[in-house]
Design a protein around this ligand. Sequence first.
Ligand SMILES: Nc1ncnc2c1ncn2[C@@H]1O[C@H](COP(=O)(O)OP(=O)(O)O)[C@@H](O)[C@H]1O
Ligand SMILES: [Mg+2]
Length: 123
Amino acid sequence: MNIYLRGDLGAGKTTLVRALLQALGHTGRVKSPTYTLLEQYEAGGLHLRHFDLYRFRDTEEWEAAGFRDEFDGCNVCFVEWPEKAQGLVPQADVEIVLEILPNGRNLTLLANTEAGRECLSLL
Ligand SMILES: Nc1ncnc2c1ncn2[C@@H]1O[C@H](COP(=O)(O)OP(=O)(O)O)[C@@H](O)[C@H]1O
Ligand SMILES: [Mg+2]
């Protein structure tokens, strides 16, 4: 499962991933992968990968860092700023779009694949 998180800086992308990990039973810290680009978690019987590609620049780094291997069909990948690595990050099954409102956030869920549609139908 590949999930894109879209929205401006401060929209709440990392906060949402943190809440999802905690809901799955993760009790440790959830750092923003702003500098490391990737943080890994095992929770709820799932292999979770949290990318923040805001600072991603180098196409060669994609292969060198082994990011391609993370999208293996077994991991659940959450990707902030997927547009920074356009053409490298595989298509999203689900896209989450966050918009800042004066009083909270607006969240839109989009399914792009059959797996994504199945996932959203279970909510
Ligand atoms: N749903 C929300 N309602 C109000 N404040 C929020 C919400 N989600 C996140 N925030 C706050 O917005 C700030 C930035 O959130 P963050 O998750 O780091 O944004 P992003 O990862 O999109 O840049 C944090 O201080 C966080 O507490
Ligand atoms: Mg973030």
